[in-house]
Ligand binder design. Structure first.
Ligand code: ADP
Ligand code: MG
Length: 361
């Protein structure tokens, strides 16, 4: 079920001040995808989700789920939350500790007066799906964090919603469990082929889980794309910086060739990924630490070779993180764990043009 959001704005008034939580958001969330709203805390993710759900009324605009308009300021339409056909897994919408697993999952059906044998069948089917068969009688308090999360998912799915929405559902889990649960969640959601809207401020979670990511800042959608597109090929500096570690270097376009854009920067003349930019334009060169490679040998010269001095070297297990002073800039590079490099060495680095990304300033 596709979700369409058109011109949605939302202001809050708090302590005499106006807060623009959503600023004219227009967005189409495609059917049967895992679609993530990613952005820093306070950028309006939860507010947008609450508007879709109907827990919050926008100041303007229109929201449709499938063919149905569920909110329209102009047309005076408001479809209540329980009639929107949604399932929700919210951070603050935890499972009920005083109930067992069966009752937690059955709850949304019980409130709809579904016959008891139908409830039993649907709860069992859903518990089987989230791999919690046999846990029906277990008190919610006797579950691990990951199992509680699966109960919350089962409860959101039991009424067979058209859309499922998540607001930072993994943020209370420890790092290892979070990793496992997000993998599991992706498997479950892909299998269901349901429209899922997922809110997080965690870039790794967004990359690992999503089919598409919308990056938000200050109540606006800045950029939308697949995880790969957002990571390797962002259009905006904010997006490139938010989605992964990046060295951001001021640059100026000096030449356009058939397959590349050439810039002048403190690192010298660098051949970059082709971008449609005017010669003379001011841009930002974005280099991911993992694509700054130590060149074999010394004194090598040529295109995209940069000389620099190693200032710090930190062992992080699978790699070394190295800070290199080059052309007055301090670059972060991630290099192989078996490197023989030491602090103070002067080295040459190569930059693959395909991974020299140019973003708007
Ligand atoms: P996010 O989920 O991205 O962290 P929110 O949607 O919760 O962001 O909040 C967006 C902005 O709106 C923030 O500045 C927040 O402080 C403000 N805000 C959210 N809810 C309320 C509210 N009920 N009253 C006043 N301000 C709010
Ligand atoms: Mg939030």
């Amino acid at each position: 079920m596709e979700i369409r959001i058109q011109g949605v704005s939302k202001h809050y008034f708090s302590e005499g001040k106006t807060i623009k939580a959503l600023d004219d958001v227009t967005l189409t969330i495609p059917a049967n995808q895992i679609f993530t709203l990613l952005g820093p805390s306070g950028c309006g993710k939860t507010t947008l989700l609450r508007c879709i759900v109907g827990l919050e009324s926008p100041d303007s605009g229109e929201i449709s789920i499938g063919d149905e308009v569920v909110w329209s300021k102009d047309k005076g339409i408001y479809v209540p939350t329980e009639e929107r056909g949604l399932g929700m897994v919210f951070q603050t919408y935890a499972i009920w500790p005083h109930m067992n697993v069966f009752d937690n999952v059955a709850y949304p059906l019980q409130t709809r007066n579904v016959p008891r044998d139908v409830i039993r069948r649907k709860v069992e089917k859903t518990l089987h799906f989230v791999q919690l068969e046999g846990f029906e009688k277990r008190p919610a308090t006797k579950l691990s964090g990951g199992q509680q999360q699966r109960v919350a998912l089962a409860r959101a799915l039991v009424a067979e919603p058209k859309v499922i929405l998540f607001d930072e559902p993994l943020s209370n889990l420890d790092a290892k469990l979070r990793e496992e649960t997000r993998k599991e969640l992706r498997t479950f959601l892909t299998e269901l082929s349901i429209t899922a809207v997922y809110v997080t401020h965690d870039r790794i979670e967004a990359l690992a889980l999503s089919d598409s990511i919308a990056v938000m800042r200050a109540g606006r959608i800045i950029e939308i794309g697949s995880p790969q597109k957002i990571y390797f090929d962002a259009d905006h500096r904010f997006v490139a910086d938010f989605i992964g570690r990046a060295n951001l270097i001021p640059a100026k376009v000096v030449q356009q060739t058939e397959n590349a854009t050439v810039v002048e920067s403190p690192l010298g003349v660098i051949t970059c990924q082709k971008r449609d930019l005017a010669v003379g334009a001011t841009v930002t060169l974005c280099l991911r630490p993992e694509f700054i490679r130590v060149a074999p040998g010394s004194g090598e010269e040529g295109a995209n070779v940069v000389q620099g001095k190693v200032e710090t070297l930190v062992f992080i297990g699978e790699a070394f993180e190295m800070e290199i002073r080059a052309g007055g800039e301090l670059l972060l590079a991630k290099v192989d764990a078996d490197t023989r490099t030491q602090v103070g060495d002067t080295l040459h680095f190569t930059l693959d043009p395909a991974h020299c990304l140019l973003v708007a300033v």
